[in-house]
Design a protein around this ligand. Structure first.
Ligand code: HEC
Ligand code: HEC
Length: 286
């Protein structure tokens, strides 16, 4: 390339960068983001060491993403889970295609949003995974990662939010229903009335400020296929929206116990625990 051509290429690049820097960040990201540009590169430099270039993983060590990651993406809160998995890692026993993995996926929050979104999209659209995605599925964007970057979770929290069943039977034992006591649900009701009812309503489905229904079919569709861990972790990391995490852990457990009691789960003689490993054993399936 001649010097002049090189020079004008650099200038053009700078001009684009300057133009993009004038746009609000989300718009700039939309203009600039195309996962195909660096998805394969990020996957092969960061992810393929463990999940393998063909996405098959390694039995007993690293779970496959081929034939699997689309199922995660389609599950309730699945997109958020994928973003969290790459940001914070995942730690805990899981079963994929009948095989058990008890490894640790390290966090990658040192990488920028666009690279993490691109690596996930590469996996979602490779090895035939795309055939298992809904027709209206949209690739993850840097904005999807940026939102989850604010949640500040640990790899254990992420494990607790895993949206599909599949804790390893060996370590997990048979999943049981949720446990909480009547007294705990009553404490939770008082917390709810003070901190949540403005948005979610006194009746849990009649809120005024855009709060989603917290009972009935809406609740069942979002949480009924998972474990208590997912509901608890969501509530703790997202609610109340202006200051998530501001209540104590056991107070979140109380309010979750209240939500469960309002959705027809029966109180028993054991309180709802705060440990994600214990919550993960408590299935909300009926
Ligand atoms: C050092 C090895 C390693 C690297 C590198 C790695 N992973 Fe993982 N990944 C794992 C392990 C191990 C698990 C399972 C963790 C467990 O058992 O809790 C996992 C789990 C996952 C999961 C969740 C699977 C499920 O069924 O819940 C996703 C999604 C994922 N990895 C994507 C990625 C992507 C994308 C990258 C690259 C940005 C990446 N991983 C890099 C080891 C790795
Ligand atoms: C300022 C209003 C506001 C307050 C206060 C609030 N929420 Fe929410 N909540 C929302 C909005 C909006 C959503 C839906 C958006 C989302 O999922 O992040 C939501 C979603 C939820 C969900 C998921 C519902 C679903 O299935 O989609 C749960 C569970 C929840 N809130 C629990 C609580 C609890 C418990 C409290 C009190 C500790 C609380 N919220 C306080 C506004 C609020």
């Amino acid at each position: 390339m001649s010097q002049t051509a090189e020079f004008s290429r650099v200038i053009a690049g700078l001009a684009t960068a300057a133009l993009l820097s004038l746009l609000p960040q989300s718009v700039a990201a939309q203009v600039a983001f195309d996962w195909k540009a660096n998805g394969e590169r990020t996957y092969s430099t960061v992810c393929s060491a463990c999940h393998q270039p063909n996405g098959q993983g390694l039995e007993g060590a690293f779970p496959p993403l081929a034939g699997h990651i689309a199922d995660l993406a389609k599950a309730p809160n699945g997109r958020a889970y994928l973003a969290r998995a790459v940001l914070y890692g995942v730690e805990g026993a899981i079963t994929v295609h009948g095989k058990t993995y008890e490894g640790v996926m390290p966090p990658w929050n040192s990488l920028p949003d666009d690279q993490l979104a691109a690596a996930l999209d590469y996996a979602l659209y490779s090895w035939g995974n795309d055939k298992n995605l809904p027709a209206d599925f949209k690739p993850l964007t840097p904005a999807d990662i940026a939102v989850e970057r604010k949640t500040q979770l640990t790899s254990l929290d992420v494990y607790g939010q895993r949206p599909i069943a599949g804790a390893a039977p060996s370590t997990a034992g048979a999943a049981s229903g949720p446990s909480f006591t009547q007294a705990q649900a009553e404490r939770g009701e008082a917390i709810y009335m003070k901190n949540c009812q403005d948005c979610h309503g006194g009746n849990l489905d009649d809120g005024e400020f855009g709060g989603a229904p917290l009972k009935g079919s809406w609740f069942r569709n979002h949480w009924g296929a998972g474990s208590v861990a997912a509901l608890y972790a969501f509530t703790k990391t997202k609610m109340p929206p202006d200051r998530p995490g501001r209540l104590e852990d056991d107070v979140y457990a109380d309010v979750v116990a209240f939500l469960l009691s309002q959705n027809g789960y029966a109180a028993g003689d054991k309180e709802l625990p705060v440990a994600p490993e214990a919550q993960q054993q408590m299935s909300l399936k009926r």
